[in-house]
Structure formats: C-alpha cells, structure tokens
Ligand binder design. Structure first.
Ligand SMILES: *[C@@H]1O[C@H](CO)[C@@H](O)[C@H](O)[C@H]1NC(C)=O
Ligand SMILES: *[C@@H]1O[C@H](CO)[C@@H](O)[C@H](O)[C@H]1NC(C)=O
Ligand SMILES: *[C@@H]1O[C@H](CO)[C@@H](O)[C@H](O)[C@H]1NC(C)=O
Ligand SMILES: *[C@@H]1O[C@H](CO)[C@@H](O)[C@H](O)[C@H]1NC(C)=O
Ligand SMILES: *[C@@H]1O[C@H](CO)[C@@H](O)[C@H](O)[C@H]1NC(C)=O
Length: 131
C-alpha cells in the first residue's frame, strides 16, 4: 500500500507519526527530527516559525516531513507563507486504520492549517489517494 498526498509543494516526504498518551511534554519534534540529517532544514524552519512548540503541544499527529532538497522550494517565500505551507504538512487525523477502510481509495484529512483558524475556505485539507 502506498500513500499519495496531493498538496502544493510536497516532493519528497517522510511520514513521521507521533503519538503520546502523556499530555504533558508529549514529545519534542526538534529532537526527533534532529536524529535524521536529511530533515535538518525542515527542522530549523519548524523552530523559526514557532510551529515546533505547537506540534509538541499536541498528543498525536503525523508530519509530512520535507527533506533538505524539497525545502529549497520554500526559499524566497515570506515567513507567513512558509508557516502556512508547513502547517499544511501536519496532519491531525491520519491513522493506518483509516487507510485500510477506504471504500473509494480516497479521503480528505485535516491539517494543522485548517485547525489554526487562518485557513481560507477549502485550505488546510489534504486529499489522500491510495493506489
Ligand atoms: C527539544 O530538543 C531540542 C534539541 O535537542 C532542545 O534544544 C530543546 O530545548 C528541547 N525542547 C524542549 C521543550 O524540551
Ligand atoms: C535516533 O535514532 C536511533 C537509531 O535509529 C534510535 O535508536 C533513537 O531512538 C532515535 N532517537 C530519537 C530521539 O528519535
Ligand atoms: C483512526 O481514525 C478513526 C476515525 O477518526 C477513529 O475512529 C479510530 O479510532 C482511529 N484509530 C486509531 C488507532 O487511532
Ligand atoms: C464513494 O463514492 C461514491 C460515488 O462517487 C459516493 O456516492 C460515496 O458517497 C463515496 N463514499 C465515501 C465514503 O466517500
Ligand atoms: C480534494 O477533494 C475535494 C473533493 O473531492 C475537491 O473538491 C478538492 O478540490 C480537492 N482538493 C485538492 C487540493 O485536490
């Protein structure tokens, strides 16, 4: 089974699923990503935009992490724009069991962008197709 996520700038991504049953100090995304040098630029952006803190405050989510090469496509964009794009890469309601039970092989998932309140109509959702 492979997962295809359609979004504006996803090129090479890794799915990083995080789950914690402990609400205080659930996890430290900065620490987790720093383990993989491929995600160094993405990791820096999460810190710079303040999203690392937002991510850490949640108990479960899945991140479509961009590798260093893909992060290059964000160059020249404003901080606000980068923040919105990164928020679109944080999926709040992804889980394997959803993907196993898709009658139409496609579903829409909610991202942090949608939950943040800054999304305009239709933004912040990710269409996912299994094929
Ligand atoms: C998360 O990990 C980074 C890198 O190890 C560290 O600098 C930072 O202080 C940690 N943040 C929290 C909230 O523990
Ligand atoms: C870092 O990677 C090592 C080896 O893959 C793994 O054992 C360790 O748990 C990882 N640490 C974090 C914080 O993800
Ligand atoms: C997966 O998501 C579905 C729908 O939101 C939910 O009913 C189910 O409990 C979730 N399963 C896990 C293992 O989180
Ligand atoms: C699947 O597709 C059919 C036909 O387009 C539609 O009627 C149905 O509501 C869809 N089911 C789901 C769960 O999206
Ligand atoms: C996602 O799917 C919905 C419903 O099928 C569609 O209206 C929307 O345009 C799609 N969005 C993207 C980004 O493909």
């Amino acid at each position: 089974m492979s997962l295809r996520a359609r979004a504006s700038c996803i090129l090479f991504v890794a799915l990083v699923s995080l789950f914690s049953s402990n609400f205080s100090n659930a996890f430290n995304i900065t620490k987790i990503l720093s383990n993989t040098s491929d995600f160094g630029s993405f990791n820096n952006l999460l810190t710079q935009t303040g999203l690392a803190e937002t991510i850490n405050s949640r108990s479960s989510l899945t991140i479509l992490a961009l590798d260093n090469g893909a992060v290059g496509s964000l160059q020249g964009k404003s901080k606000d724009e980068v923040q919105r794009i990164l928020m679109n890469h944080v999926i709040l309601d992804y889980n394997q069991s959803i993907l196993k039970n898709l009658p139409n092989k496609t579903t829409t998932m909610t991202t942090l962008l949608q939950a943040s309140g800054v999304a305009q109509q239709g933004q912040g959702f990710l269409n996912v197709t299994i094929y």
